[in-house]
Design a protein around this ligand. Structure first.
Ligand code: HPA
Length: 271
């Protein structure tokens, strides 16, 4: 018989001093890499130096792969600059590795960020969406083959996967900072092709506000491991927009980065 799949990971040697010392994890999506500058005096560890970190052979511009460990907003954090995508040929379990490692380091809260295509006609490039809920249309899950927690079952509740208290906190902090947050639903797709016009219309009818190719597997694994989750999408383009390029995705990120960075630091300080 095969070994049962293990959702838990063992942190590599270089991370052992940090086990139990970090309170929150932040996964930075395309174009958010600069937020890593918010960590004071960080220890920076390239993913390449961590033997257990899944390493896709296809790398994508704008997805630098390194960990930043240190204080942000007065809270000890681990920041994942760059993520692993299912479309890079990795499994959903590998795509969820940052969430699984965060749990192994002992964090309570996972903050996920991503660049996404706007599906709601109310959204424009540069807008920041507070993710209220997700629709996983990848057809895959990091929990496939998982027997569940010891003595339990693998059927993880996904109601309120994005923590209502943390969402309320984010809205409050944003209001205090004069920043507009758009609550919305994130639909996760496999990619890597962008969507057709018919697909975008279908996803809109399903209740999608933004679409992207990441995040949903991390959030499923995080909930299975008992982490509280908060998520933000930066609208980088209109989904199925004309002339969409990866450069535009990175550019929109650079513009909203300063306000999102300020928001995240204030949220971290109040966790
Ligand atoms: N579609 C899917 N993923 C994306 C998009 C998009 O339009 N923009 C950024 N990530």
């Amino acid at each position: 018989m095969r070994e049962p799949m293990d959702l838990n990971v063992r942190p590599d040697e270089a991370l052992l001093p940090w086990v139990g010392r970090v309170r929150a994890a932040v996964v930075l999506g395309s174009g958010f890499g600069g937020l890593a500058g918010a960590v004071t005096d960080p220890q920076v560890i390239p993913y390449a130096d961590l033997p257990s970190f899944p390493h896709p052979s296809a790398t994508v511009a704008g997805h630098a792969g390194q960990l930043h460990l240190g204080d942000a907003g007065g809270v000890p954090v681990v920041l994942f600059q760059g993520r692993v995508h299912r479309y890079q040929g990795m499994s959903a379990l590998d795509a969820a590795y940052p969430a699984r490692l965060a749990a192994a380091l002992g964090v309570e809260t996972l903050i996920v960020t991503n660049a996404a295509g706007g599906v709601s006609p109310d959204l424009s490039p540069g807008d920041v969406v507070l993710i209220e809920d997700q629709i996983n249309l990848t057809g895959d899950s990091p929990l496939v083959g998982w027997p569940g927690p010891p003595g339990g079952v693998p059927f993880v509740p996904m109601r309120d996967a994005y923590d209502p208290e943390l969402r309320a906190l984010a809205l409050q902090v944003a209001a205090e900072q004069g920043m507009v947050l758009h609550p919305g639903v994130y639909t996760g797709l496999l990619g890597p092709a962008f969507e057709t016009v018919a697909e975008v219309e279908a996803f809109r009818r399903l209740g999608t506000d933004v679409v992207g190719m990441s995040t949903v597997h991390e959030v499923i694994a995080a909930r299975a491991l008992g982490l509280r989750v908060l998520g933000f999408s930066l609208v980088s383009n209109a989904a199925a927009g004309v002339g969409l390029s990866h450069e535009e995705v990175l550019e929109a990120g650079a513009k909203a980065e300063a306000s999102l960075s300020k928001l995240l630091l204030a949220v971290l300080a109040r966790l």
